[in-house]
Design a protein around this ligand. Structure first.
Ligand code: MLC
Ligand code: AMP
Length: 497
């Protein structure tokens, strides 16, 4: 039977170690076998899941990979859930994606079981596969829908970004080629596994190549630095916030420890930054400290990675390089003119097999996101001496904090449920560590006052911790334009004063 290329390659990697965690090492063969059993459980007598949505909440490690592959092998569309999501957010994702089944690890299961009961969804707990028997699996063609990742943006609620197996294969192959992935590579995985950075760039590229992943439940600078000093890895990928945090962690270390960690970093084959702008000062500081020139790249959930500094050649601070193999890029002005000279900036538009299929159940939004077959990213860039440089975004309502993309509109909608908030405006304020930090200007209801600590507590359980505003400003009214619309740039200025 023809297997999906991802599975075929994994089978080919056989007894090599695919992933290690603090509970042991797991081979490709072992994980493939688990995924085959899980596929049988999911099929539950059907011949093919035919792209029905299967959500999953698994800790990073062998069971996460087995869940993803198991869903694909049964013909399902995989919906990774966020381990940091609140119950409300999980319910939204499960409803919006029309998931019929949820796979959860036994430790996550108690929380998710209540949600499944309420939404009448079938819950498969990872352990159930122990008693499963193998069945014939369907032949799954690469044109089919494979994965749906939720991303926030210019609409208030997150949208499901649907990619096919062809899209995913194109995204992986482009990076494996550009960044010279090898089967003897070893990489740490500490990024969240409901976003493309962790799922495709780190996990899927490593697995495609037959490399070894060491997975962690979260980013812990001390643990990561200890393993770096032990030469645990050859490749390292992180968001800019992590490099900032590592640089500041060096300051509090003894000379001996710092030297050992820095030497570990300097021996790596490749270190990459992305998901948000890497300040040139951090790029340069990292080189001063470790001798490593970080490779900065640019991407997006909808397109995978699009631009990258070169593996060989100049890795320019403040720039994101050139189009990756197989990816077409153009810049367009807001009047629709395609830019051909270096002096003009415009919106990055992308075409290629890497570009997603659709926003789930939102044909209008999908159609509006393309122009003549090119995906409109909403990011503005310029080309300087042959290198693309990101200049910002066309929407003030998108905030990037710690590498997470947040919708100001979604956060505002939650805050407006607060009994003391009459009006609010959420903006991103530049921040050295987080890139941007979530700030909100609020107009309290008459006779009430709003405290930051009270608001933070109120938000917990309603929105993921990384979306909660860190700065609060009480105002009597919000700046508006002649049409009565809140002027976000003017709101930003309120925080400067
Ligand atoms: C957490 N904190 C924040 C914050 N997040 N403060 C301000 N802004 C934020 N965004 C606070 C917490 O409340 C806590 O404070 C303290 O910081 C530590 O919290 P934490 O959760 O333990 O932080 P940490 O684990 O250190 O998280 C930092 C991080 C994480 C950088 C590891 O944010 C992360 O994993 N980011 C990556 C997201 C990602 O993968 N994005 C890719 C999307 S795909 P206190 O007071 O309680 O101690 C994409 C496409 C592409 O973008 O191109 O890749
Ligand atoms: P997401 O929607 O979470 O996939 O985030 C994608 C967005 O992250 C892009 O649209 C950019 O705004 C931003 N981004 C990713 N990489 C970079 C980078 N290297 N520099 C600046 N912004 C980036």
């Amino acid at each position: 039977m023809n297997q999906l290329p991802v599975i075929e390659r994994a089978i080919g990697h056989g007894r090599r170690t695919a992933v290690c965690t603090d509970s042991g090492s797991y081979s490709y063969e072992e994980i493939c076998n688990r995924s085959e059993l899980l596929a049988a459980v999911l099929l539950n007598g059907q011949e093919d899941l035919k792209e029905s949505r299967v959500a999953f909440l698994m800790p990073p490690g062998p069971d996460y990979i087995a869940a993803l592959w198991g869903i694909w092998r049964a013909g399902g569309l995989a919906v990774p859930l966020s381990a940091k999501a609140t119950h409300e957010e999980l319910k939204y994702t499960l409803n919006d994606s029309q998931s019929s089944v949820v796979i959860a690890d036994k430790n996550c299961a108690p929380g998710i079981a209540t949600i499944c009961q309420r939404l009448k969804l079938k819950l498969v707990v990872g352990d159930e596969i122990r008693n499963a028997t193998l069945v014939e699996l369907p032949e799954v063609h690469s044109e089919r829908r494979a994965m749906m990742l939720y991303t926030s943006g210019t609409t208030s609620r997150p949208k499901g970004v649907v990619t096919t197996h062809i899209n995913i294969q194109a995204q992986i192959k482009s990076l494996v080629d550009a960044w010279h992935w090898k089967s003897d590579d070893r990489i740490p995985l500490f990024l969240p596994l409901h976003h493309i950075h962790g799922i495709i760039n780190v996990m899927s590229c490593a697995l495609w190549s037959g490399a070894e992943i060491e997975s962690f439940s979260r980013f812990d600078a001390d643990i990561i630095m200890r393993r770096v000093s032990e030469d645990a890895w050859s490749v390292f990928m992180a968001v800019p916030t992590i490099y900032v945090k590592l640089i500041s962690a060096f300051d509090s270390m003894s000379d001996l420890d710092r030297t050992s960690v820095i030497d570990g970093f300097s021996r790596m084959r490749l270190m990459i930054s992305g998901s948000a702008a890497l300040p040139a000062s951090i790029h340069e500081r990292w080189t001063e400290l470790t001798g490593q020139k970080l490779l900065e790249r640019y991407g997006m959930t909808e397109i995978g990675m699009a631009l990258s500094n070169p593996y060989h050649g100049e890795r320019r601070p403040g720039a994101v390089g050139q189009p990756l193999p197989g990816v077409d890029i153009r810049l367009q002005t807001d009047t629709g003119k395609v830019i051909s000279e270096e002096t003009l900036s415009g919106e990055i538009q992308v075409r290629g097999a890497n570009v997603f299929k659709e926003y789930w159940n939102r044909p209008d939004v999908t159609a509006q996101s393309f122009t003549d077959g090119w995906f409109r990213t909403g990011d503005i860039a310029i080309v300087e001496d042959g290198y693309y440089r990101i200049m910002g975004r066309s929407s003030v309502d998108i905030i990037k904090s710690g590498g997470y993309k947040l919708s100001a509109l979604e956060i505002e909608a939650s805050l407006l449920d607060h009994p003391s908030i009459a009006e609010c405006a959420v903006v991103g304020i530049p921040d050295e560590t987080w890139g941007e930090i979530v700030a909100t200007a609020v107009v309290p209801r008459p006779g009430t006052a709003i405290e930051m600590s009270e608001l933070r507590n109120w938000c917990k359980g309603r929105i993921s911790a990384y979306k909660i505003p860190r700065i609060l400003l009480e105002v009597e009214s919000l700046p508006r334009n002649a049409l009565g619309k809140i002027k976000k740039p003017a709101v930003r200025q309120l925080f400067d004063s």
